[in-house]
Write a protein that binds this ligand. Structure first.
Ligand code: NAD
Length: 360
């Protein structure tokens, strides 16, 4: 299907006016007024007949332009994630603008599922920020282009973050006993909470959390009284060894960068760097920023396993997720050899793989 022939395709003229546009394969506007569905599906790259993968986000975007930009940036990141994880699929992403006021989740997701059907399997999706497994189960009634209800991707993502943490500790301190260090986690949703549990199980006790959802924070403090909760505006500037952004994009920006006191940044959030200059600045400051899309690829690896195989095999999945640490080690080695920030090394590797894989 060519971009121009799709009824709701966003025009190339509009896309070209947005800096986040990267010669995307197809971007469609989701627009069903009756169901209050408004948003975008962006397919960044396509590899032949294979579907492109990326989860669906439901968020309070201030404008359509903000939502479109986010879909372009996130879908591009998915292509890099897939490439670095050694997977042949192109990257994609859907963002839905959370309707203002009252709305029916059922109607919204039924309409969205029908949009997925129109793409005929070109795009396969799961849950990102704002969606739950319940939403996915409901959509299953209307479409088959879904993944993530068997493989528990948030657990895979959190495991990948832990593997990445181990690689970073080994690289920087030659000591990967994670209980020897202190942590702050921004966002204790699906992944942040799984990560918190992994760290606690590994003996970590010096740990700060923050979330805009006070109920989630309270539940955690009730269960783990040694965890310290701080204001969401102060989570990045705690005196800790490791900062784990597990909430929204752009947590590392011109405002927060000067307050950071950590030595390592490793978290699940997509697009943690507001822009490239922030990544370069972190490198100059001697803060080891582990590239987000490598660190958080455990979720994609999990859903691809679910897509390819009929039955989940925990051992196979863990083995594949454990390979993230090998990829990171390679990136750190190159980074130190060439004195380049790890995210630049990773982007270079990703781009060369994407150029080889993308066939329309
Ligand atoms: P989620 O919606 O379950 O959790 C996000 C949490 O962040 C929520 O609890 C929310 O209240 C909180 N939050 C939002 N803004 C905040 C702020 N300013 N300060 C503190 N907390 C804030 O989403 P999730 O699935 O856990 O995903 C978290 C991040 O990881 C997202 O960026 C997502 O794209 C990325 N990610 C998730 C997966 C996955 O498997 N779910 C995989 C790869 C990447």
């Amino acid at each position: 299907m060519k971009i121009k022939s799709y009824k709701n395709a966003v025009s190339i003229k509009l896309l070209k006016s947005i800096p986040e546009y990267d010669e995307h394969f197809l971007v469609i506007h989701l627009n069903n007024k009756r169901a209050k569905l408004d948003g975008y599906i962006a397919i960044h790259k396509k590899n032949g007949k294979l579907p492109s993968f990326g989860a669906t986000r439901l968020w309070n975007y201030k404008s359509n332009k903000d939502a479109l930009k986010d879909s372009l940036r996130l879908s591009k990141l998915m292509s890099y994630k897939s490439a670095l994880a050694g997977l042949p699929y192109g990257g994609a992403k859907a963002v839905i603008i959370k309707p203002k006021g009252k709305f029916s989740r059922e109607k919204l997701f039924e309409a969205y599922a029908n949009e997925l059907n129109k793409l005929n399997g070109m795009f396969v999706t799961g849950t990102d920020v704002g969606l739950t497994i319940k939403d996915l189960e409901y959509m299953k009634k209307f479409t088959k282009y879904l993944v993530g209800y068997n493989s528990k991707p948030e657990k895979g993502t959190a495991l990948g973050v832990k593997n990445s943490l181990d690689s970073a500790l080994e690289y920087l301190y030659k000591n990967k006993l994670c209980s020897d260090y202190s942590y702050s986690i921004q966002g204790v949703g699906k992944v942040g909470f799984e990560l918190l549990k992994i760290l606690i199980d590994a003996g970590v006790r010096n740990i700060y959390i923050a979330d805009i959802d006070k109920k989630k924070v309270k539940e955690i403090l009730d269960k783990y009284p040694f965890v310290k909760a701080v204001n969401t505006k102060e989570i990045h500037n705690q005196e800790v060894d490791i900062y784990c952004p597990c909430a929204m994009s752009g947590s590392l920006n011109h405002r927060t960068i000067n307050d950071l006191k950590c030595k390592i940044i490793v978290g699940s959030a997509n697009n943690q760097l507001l822009d490239i200059s922030i990544g370069n600045e972190l490198h100059k400051k001697g803060i080891l920023y582990c590239p987000d899309y490598v660190v958080n690829s455990g979720g994609l690896i999990s859903v691809i396993d679910e897509y390819v195989y009929e039955k989940i095999d925990g051992k196979r999945l863990r083995n594949n997720i454990n390979k993230i640490s090998l990829v990171l080690k390679k990136i750190f080695r190159e980074s130190s050899k060439k004195d380049l920030p790890p995210f630049i090394v990773s982007n270079d590797i990703g781009l060369s793989i994407i150029n080889k894989n993308s066939v329309e």
